[in-house]
Design a protein around this ligand. Sequence first.
Ligand SMILES: [Zn+2]
Length: 69
Amino acid sequence: MSLSPSLFSVGLTFQCPQCNFTVIKNGSWFQVVSRYKCEGCGREIRITYADKIAIFQKHAHLAMPPGAR
Ligand SMILES: [Zn+2]
């Protein structure tokens, strides 16, 4: 299982596990991020590779078909 490039230019949502504040970032951001500062609670939130897999799977239906770009 890897992170599909078809989601790199698609906005994906992730909820802070501490306060449920939602961030929306492109897949390419999730691909490289390992932590970010939550705007809701100000805490530093870690995003693991397993989290990324889950995020990408959750948004798989938004992936652009090959050739549509
Ligand atoms: Zn938060």
